[in-house]
Design a protein around this ligand. Structure first.
Ligand SMILES: [Zn+2]
Length: 489
């Protein structure tokens, strides 16, 4: 066979191989999505998870054949750091999560993935993954930060700036484990602000990816190139579930960061950032996307299908930007000192933790005012022709109960404050009026950055919408997404 004939023969075979792997990959993804509920670790269904929530799960795996649990270190406050390893392949993959204590989404996904591997269910994809790869999971690298739901560790440092100094025991553990494994691939799992969007679109960056640079020149060697290729594959997959909702994280070299150094040390480092998704405050949808896309990425590593991916596609993923608000109200009329002005309002829902950092309520806050035409909203309300109307206080009669039906009736009549007390835990509840104490004095109405947005909107003299604690309520439909009102004392 001359070389021309040979290549004519090889190319169809190669295409057949590629399309077969692609088919198997599609099948895997379909199975992962349709059977997710079987593997979801339901004991971890809120973002404020703690070290103690993980220990019963880790204990369970200590007794399971095929899984090795090793204590690899301790946090400053003495919480154990565990490495869970499984699989018998030659390619080592190291996945660590939550080096920032308030970034738990991937920790939950890691336990979903562990459930997938440890379940009785047998299938070809799982068999292949365990045969070709060896996985090492280090969930919740910063348990002290997780305890108080904060980014930094107990020493007050950012572990992700400690790769060179290694001042923290958590950073030293990460380095030691990386070095002992000399892993081929490393997944550095984080959360990012939900206010990131894919640049110049109103789509949140539900997931953002980065193959960190290992030098200021941002060179691409084989190690970094492989990370980029796997990211291209994950991006394509996530597009099916959250179209347009993927961003590419800034790749400026940060000499002190772990991702950048791990790339330099020879492990293909993949950073995954879990961002935001509409009406998903606990990020459970994003957790599922982590689970599916990480397993699909592992499959492509096991089959080496990622090797055929075009590196140039990495640059086509839109960059992350930070131009989102929870609510954007456009072109609303606001009356101040006798004159009427037209402006946009950007509102975010800030999370306020309870004392034990086990739950939170949200507090609406005006973030910006004026021309916000370069910004977007998870929810956008074009308010042309609408006027802001300050709300009144309602004084309930004896024994009158604050029901939702009553609230909608009152909102339409211009009341937004309910005078009295309610027995409610956690300072937040699902009654769509602000509750005010006996001492509360109605202030002169102002819109200003930093203030809580609570007012009504009227058009042609009819009150049709309310904004309570930053949540927009359509009074005609009575079906808006509303998380909580707040008490004003
Ligand atoms: Zn982070």
């Amino acid at each position: 066979m001359n070389s021309r004939n040979r290549s004519a023969f090889i190319i169809p075979l190669l295409l057949l191989f590629v399309s077969m792997t692609a088919l198997a990959q599609d099948q895997l993804v379909n199975d992962l999505v349709s059977q997710y509920e079987n593997f979801k670790e339901t004991s971890l269904n809120k973002r404020r998870i703690k070290h103690k929530d993980l220990q019963p799960l880790i204990e369970k795996y200590k007794n399971q054949a095929g899984i090795t649990v090793t204590k690899v270190g301790e946090s400053i406050e003495g919480r154990s750091l565990s490495l869970l390893s499984l699989g018998s392949g030659d390619t080592d993959v190291f996945l660590w999560s939550q080096m920032h204590g308030d970034e738990p989404t991937a920790t939950q996904a890691i336990f979903d993935i562990l459930n997938y591997f440890s379940s009785e269910q047998k299938n070809n994809a799982k068999k292949l993954l365990l045969k070709k790869l060896r996985f090492h999971f280090l969930p919740m690298l910063n348990p002290d930060g997780a305890e108080v739901f904060t980014r930094r560790n107990a020493l007050g440092i950012d572990i992700n700036r400690d790769a060179l100094d290694l001042a923290s025991p958590e950073g030293r553990t990460l380095k030691r484990v990386r070095d002992s494994l000399e892993a081929d691939f490393g997944f550095n799992l984080h959360d990012q602000s939900k206010y990131y969007n894919a640049e110049r679109t109103d789509k949140p960056a539900t997931l953002s990816y980065l193959a960190p640079a290992y030098n200021y020149e941002k060179d691409i060697n084989g190690v970094r190139g492989n990370a980029m290729k796997v990211i291209v594959l994950m991006n394509a997959l996530v597009q099916d579930f959250a179209p347009g909702q993927v961003g590419r994280y800034n790749d400026d070299f940060e000499p002190r960061a772990f991702g950048d150094n791990i790339q330099k040390w020879g492990t293909s480092a993949i950073l995954i950032e879990s961002g935001g998704f509409l009406n998903d405050a606990e990020k459970q949808k994003i957790r599922q996307l982590n689970y599916v896309s990480i397993l699909a990425a592992l499959y492509s590593i096991a089959t080496k299908s990622y090797e055929k991916i075009d590196l140039a596609d990495y640059e086509k993923i839109p960059q992350n930007d930070r131009k989102l608000f929870d609510l954007k109200i456009e072109d609303v009329q606001y009356e101040l000192l006798g004159n009427t002005y037209t402006l946009d309002i950007g509102v975010n829902y800030l999370e306020v933790d309870n004392a034990s950092h086990s739950n939170f309520y949200t507090k609406g806050q005006i973030m910006d005012l004026g021309d916000l035409s370069t910004y977007y909203g998870y929810k956008t309300f074009p308010a042309n022709g609408y006027k802001i109307v300050p709300g009144k206080i309602y004084f309930p009669k004896d024994g009158e109960l604050p029901t939702k039906v009553k609230a909608y009736e009152l909102l339409k009549k211009g009341y937004i404050y309910w005078h009295g007390t309610l027995n409610m835990e956690d300072n937040g509840f699902n009654f769509p009026m602000q509750v005010v104490s006996k001492k509360f004095m109605l202030p002169d109405f102002r819109l200003y950055v930093g203030l809580n947005p609570s007012f009504l909107l009227s058009k042609n003299g009819v009150i049709s919408h309310a904004v309570i604690n930053g949540y927009l309520i359509n009074l005609q439909k009575e079906s808006s997404y509303f998380r909580n009102a707040i008490f004003l004392r």
